[in-house]
Structures are given as structure tokens and as C-alpha cells.
Ligand binder design. Structure first.
Ligand code: SF4
Length: 282
């Protein structure tokens, strides 16, 4: 019992630190190509589809290269078409495959092919207008997630699209963390004290536990930590969590004890996020 209250105190300390990080200059807003520049005005089909193409490609590759490749492809190779998906969908599958090396959109062929598959489905199911994915009613994050994954987006990709739309206020409502490599690495270390990889589902559940009101709010603090100190080789002395994190400190409980609390009481735990974040979101 004493142990469980120590674990709960540990989690509260982590929540408080994440909240502080979210307010610090380390946590500057993310820039989303084609979305952020629109500054909340209605998006054109061109902007929406270009953004979606970048999100399909932003998968296990260097994020910066991905988006730069995407801009180059759209602007220099295709000459800034009005509807990038219409152009891609005109290729046969075999023709698109032969362009894998020439276009260099992504290092993995299956991702290159996914671009073609999703382009065709958007043309067929949404008349080529990617905006409908989040503008059709019911326009909830859960519904948008379903539409995106049915088109062929990975769960991580779909969650990223939703997070970006939420950031830029084209979509409203709570949604999950993106269980990408950066977020997963920090969540692992902070909650297990090891580098053992948690599954994407466990990361998502951890996010729901740590910030019940809107787990996506933790995406930026976790990503910032991953870039700032929680790199492949952890630089704990340079980290704002240095005095708290179970990875860098001795505690009378283990990562298993923490995960038992985090995964075992997802729906019942009163979270500090209610006190820290809710007021600010009103
Ligand atoms: S203290 Fe170390 S392991 Fe923990 S979040 Fe910071 S860098 Fe990562």
C-alpha cells in the first residue's frame, strides 16, 4: 500500500514536471507544413492534400527530410498541382512503383506504395478533397481517426494528422499521444526505468492515464524531452526530469510497479491534469 502511494506520488511529480515543460520555451509550437501558414483560415484542397501527403510520408524516416522531400516533390517535380492526389492517382500501381527511386519520397517501398493507395482512395471516396476527412459530420477526433485508418494511414500517422489539426484548430476534442519513436522512448524510460520498448498501445494508455483530459497535450513535452536530453543515449544530467525520473534515480519501487498503476487503473485514477491543464483550456 505504501509502495502504491509512493508510485502515485512519483506519477504526480512526473505530471507536474511535464506541465512545467509544456509552458517552457523548450516547448515551442510545432510547425506543420501547409497547415500552420494558413493561420486558422479555411484550408484549400491543395493545402489540405499536400499536408496529408506529408503525414503519409512522415513514417520512420527523419521528419525533416520527409517534409523537405515532400515539398520538393510537390513544387519542383510536379510543379505545384492543384490536387496532388489526383496526379498520383493517375499512375497505375506498376508505374508508381517504378518511380520509387526517381522520386525518393521515402526510403521504404511500402510507404511509397501507400501514397498511391491512399491517393486513389481519397479520389474515390472523398472526391479528391482531403478536407472532408475532418469536415464531414461527425467531426470528432475518433471519427476522423477511423476515416484515416480506413484509407490506409497507420495508427501513428492518423494520430499525427489529428494532433496537427488540433494544434492548428481545424479539429476539436481530446485525442491520444502519437506513439512515435521519440515519445515512446521517453515514456519508456520515465515509466519503466529501462529502455525496454513499450507497445504503441501501452504508450497510448499511459498518455490517457497521465493526461485524462487530452493526452495529445503531452505530445510536445515528451517530444521536447526526447530532443533536449532523452536522446538515444540518455543525457539525464541535462534533463529537467533529472531529479525525478526513475531511469536516473533509485526508488523503492520498480518500473513494473509503475506500469501496474498506469495500466491498471486507467479509468479511475484522478489525474493531476484535471488541476493543471483544465483551467487553462477553458
Ligand atoms: S532523466 Fe534521463 S531517462 Fe529520464 S527523461 Fe530525462 S533524459 Fe530521459
Amino acid at each position: 500500500m505504501v509502495q502504491e502511494s509512493l508510485v502515485e506520488q512519483y506519477i504526480r511529480n512526473i505530471q507536474a514536471a511535464l506541465h512545467d515543460i509544456s509552458k517552457s520555451p523548450h516547448c515551442s509550437p510545432m510547425y506543420w507544413e501547409w497547415l500552420s501558414d494558413a493561420a486558422h483560415r479555411p484550408l484549400s484542397i491543395t493545402e489540405a492534400n499536400n499536408f496529408l501527403l506529408g503525414c503519409i510520408l512522415d513514417f520512420r524516416a527523419s521528419a525533416q527530410d520527409t517534409w523537405e522531400n515532400c515539398v520538393f516533390f510537390i513544387e519542383e517535380i510536379l510543379g505545384s498541382p492543384k490536387n496532388v492526389f489526383a496526379i498520383i492517382a493517375e499512375y497505375t500501381e506498376a508505374e508508381w512503383e517504378t518511380e520509387f527511386n526517381a522520386y525518393g519520397l521515402h526510403p521504404e517501398l511500402p510507404v511509397h506504395m501507400r501514397v498511391h493507395q491512399i491517393s486513389r482512395r481519397i479520389m474515390r471516396l472523398y472526391k479528391g478533397d482531403g478536407r472532408l476527412l475532418w469536415e464531414l459530420e461527425p467531426a470528432t477526433p475518433r471519427e476522423v481517426f477511423k476515416r484515416l485508418t480506413m484509407l490506409g494511414f497507420t495508427k501513428t500517422g492518423a494520430t499525427m494528422v489529428i494532433g496537427a489539426l488540433k494544434d492548428e484548430r481545424y479539429l476539436f476534442g481530446s485525442f491520444d499521444l502519437v506513439a512515435d519513436a521519440l515519445v515512446t522512448r521517453v515514456v519508456n524510460r520515465v515509466l519503466t526505468g529501462t529502455d525496454t520498448l513499450l507497445s504503441a498501445d501501452e504508450v497510448i494508455h499511459a498518455g490517457r492515464y497521465l493526461h485524462q483530459a487530452d493526452p495529445w497535450m503531452l505530445d510536445r513535452p515528451f517530444s521536447s524531452l526526447a530532443r533536449m536530453a532523452c536522446r538515444k543515449k540518455a543525457e539525464c544530467t541535462a534533463c529537467p526530469l533529472a531529479d525525478i525520473c526513475v531511469y536516473a534515480n533509485e526508488y523503492p519501487f520498480s518500473g513494473d510497479d509503475i506500469m501496474m498503476v498506469v495500466l491498471g487503473t486507467i479509468t479511475h485514477q484522478k489525474s493531476l491534469s484535471d488541476w493543471f491543464w483544465k483551467e487553462e483550456e477553458k
